[in-house]
Design a protein around this ligand. Structure first.
Ligand code: SF4
Ligand code: SF4
Length: 459
């Protein structure tokens, strides 16, 4: 059953009329098999792995090739079967990282297992088996910062609610939408597995009301599972729909909308009894536990000012440049290329001519977006208060901006810059085109660093 929720978080914006998503919404997922992949040893910021392979080694898809060295890291697996050509440093989005280059020598292993086309009976699978499976399979959040999933699920906090996030509120991106339409069974089975792993009483699959077909598909699959009599006693999974408003899919905003609870400043969702995982993460959990395949692939939306916007399922390590070529190439010479969506994704190239490499797909790359370059100059703040009204974290961005530019980090801290979620609403709304998000994010990082240093001194 689909339940209609209310958007209750403060602020937020309505950045588009839907024409941005329409570019790729109807583009069915296409499989793409590159001839080589470049798998970064760090799949999310601070998530470094030690590579276990050397040039000349033969690897099979799903084979372990990297062991976590950092708290934010999850195991890394070969995303194709073939030969390791090189282990070398590459520059990815301005950072030098060690990477493993593999030449593909076989077609990808496409699973036809029944969990992809029917509700699965998971009653014999224990919570411990699921936790071990997602840890060893290298599961990370696929919609946000790429946090290792098992660390969320191994919490000692009491969890009563699991939220499976299908809001996909970022403009232009449609990879989660296509997943919900085309991989609904695997997603629902994965959500049920994650519900068991969380120990929660209920799971809500949360969508915005601009995706009615996806909501219908998932509700129908859940109904089928109930009618088959294979749900565990007390297993409660429902679809919840919310008004379309950015950033509905932000963890804190979604928690507030579903449960009415506010995650405390500096706290985590588990502090209020909630775990949030993306729909792609749920689907990947099913691949690991029911399909016995670690996280080696993901869906990426390639859209904006490209000839044929689309959604592609690709091995981790695929070149972003190749994917833009596959989508027909860019259609404006004066452009900006963004890794992810326009509100939160970093700009990786300007006036890109299609020749240089852009970046390599990681476990949490949701899209490649090409936008026309819009040259503007920042103007002085006119104190309109727009950014303050739009900020979903309840901050006063213009004040943080001034404090940061004065290098007054103490004031930034007093203004709670540490709570910025880098959503982009303030920059979007600002009539003076001030680069608020960039600076509030930098202020946040500076304040957090000061807090860490203070904690170390105290210890
Ligand atoms: S980027 Fe930060 S300061 Fe700006 S609206 Fe979002 S949370 Fe608020
Ligand atoms: S929206 Fe822009 S102009 Fe208005 S108060 Fe904020 S920074 Fe100033």
């Amino acid at each position: 059953m689909q339940k209609k929720g209310k958007s209750v978080f403060p602020g937020g914006v309505h950045p588009t009329d839907g024409s941005d998503k329409a570019l790729s919404m109807d583009a069915a997922i296409q499989q793409y098999e590159p001839s080589t992949v470049t798998i970064l040893s760090e799949q999310s910021f601070g998530g470094k792995c030690r590579l276990l392979v050397q040039p000349g080694d033969t690897v099979e898809e799903g084979q372990l090739i990297g062991e976590p060295e950092a708290f934010m890291a999850a195991p890394l697996h070969a995303s194709v079967s073939g030969t390791v050509l090189d282990v070398r440093e590459v520059v990815n989005q301005g950072r030098k990282l060690l990477a493993c280059v593999i030449q593909r020598e076989k077609e990808c292993a496409e699973s036809s297992a029944s969990y992809r086309t029917a509700a699965a009976d998971i009653r014999e699978i224990s919570r411990e088996e699921i936790l071990a499976g997602i840890r060893d399979g290298g599961l990370t959040g696929m919609g946000g910062a790429g946090f290792p999933a098992h660390k969320k699920y191994e919490t000692d906090k009491d969890i009563d609610t699991l939220l499976i996030n299908g809001a996909e509120c970022e403009p232009y991106l449609t990879c989660d939408y296509r997943l919900m339409l085309e991989e609904g069974y695997a997603l629902v089975n994965g959500a049920r597995l994650l519900l068991k792993a969380s120990g929660a009483e209920r799971a809500c699959i949360c969508l915005e009301d601009n995706k009615p077909q996806a909501a219908e598909n998932l509700s129908r699959i859940l109904e089928e599972a109930r009618n088959q009599g294979i749900m565990e006693s007390g297993e409660q999974v429902e679809v919840k729909i919310f008004p379309t408003k950015y950033p509905e899919g932000g963890e804190r905003q979604l928690i507030q909308a579903v449960t009415g609870r506010e995650v405390p400043m500096g706290g985590l969702p588990a502090d209020v009894g909630v775990i949030v995982s993306n729909v792609g993460t749920a689907k990947a959990a099913a691949d690991m536990i029911l399909g016995h395949m670690p996280l080696t692939r993901r869906i990426v939306t390639v859209t904006g000012w490209v000839k044929n916007p689309g959604n592609y399922r690709v091995p981790i390590g695929t070149s972003a440049k190749e994917l833009v070529e596959l989508a027909g190439g860019v259609t404006v010479p004066q452009n900006r290329v963004i890794a992810g969506g326009p509100m939160t994704g970093p700009c990786v190239a300007s006036d890109w001519n299609g020749e240089e490499e852009l970046f390599y797909i990681t476990k949490n790359t949701s899209g490649i977006l090409v936008l026309p370059d819009s040259a503007w100059e920042e103007q002085p703040c006119i104190r309109c208060g727009g950014c303050e009204n739009a900020c979903p974290a309840g901050l006063v961005p213009w004040q943080i901006d001034f404090a940061f530019q004065q290098e007054d980090y103490e004031l930034c801290e007093k203004l709670y810059a540490s709570e910025c979620i880098a959503c982009g609403c303030c920059s979007y709304i600002c009539p003076a085109k001030r680069e608020l998000t960039v600076r509030t994010r930098m202020a946040r990082d500076a304040v957090k660093q000061r807090m860490r240093e203070r904690a170390v001194k105290k210890a």
